[in-house]
Ligand binder design. Structure first.
Ligand SMILES: *[C@@H]1O[C@H](CO)[C@@H](O)[C@H](O)[C@H]1NC(C)=O
Length: 440
């Protein structure tokens, strides 16, 4: 390992920084946030932030380079974190040296304690070695550069030392997810627990909570010790139980995305006395369906005002811009503005509908003899269009074709009149009519 890191150092001189950093673990700057200790020695409730430096490694034997401590970090705030699962060595937590964007990191002192939640209490039924708990504990949370990776870890160091071991880590690779309506959704969450820790022998529990604007509810809770789903408050929500036990895959599966599923989901994994959690944002995005009324449009004469309505329905979230375009015979499109927007309505399934009414003044010269009127809906789920053709009958300024047609019609009419008057004055038409009636 020492050899490898020295090779890396050499290579990075030769500008192979990327190759090396992607296969090694990061040295991260991290905020240490803890409650202030007041004069009396008690906690004041106020917090203080201090910069710290974390050296991450995957095994306790590997050497860490502890020379370069930035001047704004106290040497007493330099920690070594051993993460055998290498979760913290993900490339998004280890940007190339000198990059402006940095992964986010915060560590807080953590106090192990038994949970009173029904699906977790079984984990602490038998009193476990409290000596193991007497140590320095941290809860650390990390967010990768791509804003997709979130890791939360509980680490332990023998009291007074700076060498922490990851005991539990919970990871999500979809910190923000989006889905179309009605599709199955998987919210990624996985965990790793140190098999050498006495806490992992007992079992684990998994809990998914939903939260949005102050409204929180339990989605499901699973007691891994008794292998029992303690609670499911959400229809169609499940876990992959085999993957959960074999690979620590605690991903939440929602069978059918609904509008009310939009919000924040918190995946919490419990070990006896410990818990770690990650939050995942889910947005259900469904573009609108458009319909135009009336369709087809009635024939219009210049000067007439035709009213067209565009109704967008079945969309979510409520973020929609409707506008109108017109494409004339010249093939050029131009804007007809936004029309007048209606208020929105919400359907039983949570989707929205909204419409825009356009008053088309056909005396406007630029409409010519008509063309295509299009309603354009711009939505986070995509842009949708619907068109209808507009025909303006050109009485006021007849085109050549119109004039020819009129001459033609006049000629035919003239011919008809001529013919009718000839038949009336010629052979006796009254007689023929009379015979027809008799036959019936
Ligand atoms: C976890 O389980 C989900 C649902 O079965 C699956 O889609 C996903 O690929 C699994 N993840 C891993 C890392 O195995």
């Amino acid at each position: 390992m020492t050899d490898f890191s020295s090779i890396c150092r050499l290579l990075s001189v030769a500008a192979f920084v990327q190759a090396c950093s992607s296969s090694s673990c990061p040295v991260m700057e991290c905020w240490l946030v803890q409650e202030k200790v007041g004069r009396g020695g008690g906690l004041t409730g106020a917090t203080m932030q201090e910069k710290s430096l974390l050296h991450v490694r995957t095994d306790a034997q590997s050497h860490t380079d502890s020379h370069h401590v930035p001047s704004d970090i106290s040497p007493s705030r330099v920690y070594v974190i051993t993460d055998p699962a290498a979760t913290l060595c993900h490339h998004s937590l280890n940007p190339p040296r000198g990059s402006i964007q940095k992964p986010q990191c915060e560590i807080n002192p953590f106090l192990p304690q038994p949970s009173s939640l029904r699906w977790v209490t079984s984990l602490t039924e038998s009193a476990l070695s409290p000596i193991y708990l007497q140590a320095d504990w941290f809860s650390a949370s990390f967010q990768g550069l791509d804003e997709q990776l979130g890791v939360s870890a509980i680490t332990r160091a023998p009291t007074g030392t700076k060498d922490h071991d990851v005991v539990l880590s919970v990871t999500s690779k979809t910190m923000s997810a989006s889905s179309r309506l009605g599709e199955p959704v998987t919210l990624d969450c996985g965990f790793w627990a140190d098999p050498s820790s006495p806490l992992t022998a007992t079992g684990f529990a998994v809990e998914w909570r939903y939260q949005t604007r102050g409204d929180g509810r339990l989605v499901l809770a699973y007691d891994g010790k008794t292998d029992r789903l303690a609670e499911t408050r959400e229809e169609g929500a499940t876990l992959d139980f085999e993957g959960l036990h074999t690979r620590g895959n605690a991903s939440l599966i929602l069978q059918e995305a609904k509008v009310r599923h939009s919000g924040t989901y918190i995946c919490t994994v419990y070990l006896p006395y410990l818990l770690a959690q990650v939050a995942i944002e889910l947005e259900i995005v469904e573009p609108p369906s458009l319909s135009l009324y009336p369709s087809p449009l009635p024939l219009a004469v210049p000067g007439q005002t035709i009213s067209v309505q565009c109704e967008a329905s079945g969309f979510a979230p409520l973020s929609l811009e409707l506008s109108w375009e017109f494409k004339g015979a010249d093939g050029k499109s131009r804007s007809l503005g936004t029309g007048s927007m209606s208020g929105h309505k919400q359907a039983w399934d949570g989707t929205f509908s909204q419409s825009s009414r356009l008053e088309l003044d056909t005396s406007r010269l630029d409409l010519g003899r008509g063309g295509e009127v299009t309603c354009v809906a711009v939505h986070p789920g995509g842009t949708r269009r619907a068109s209808v053709s507009l025909n303006i009958i050109g009485f006021s300024s007849p085109s050549i074709e119109d004039s020819m047609a009129m001459v033609g019609v006049a000629l035919v009419l003239y011919g008809l009149i001529k013919f009718v008057s000839w038949t009336l004055t010629g052979s006796g038409s009254d007689k023929t009519d009379g015979q027809d009636k008799k036959q019936k």
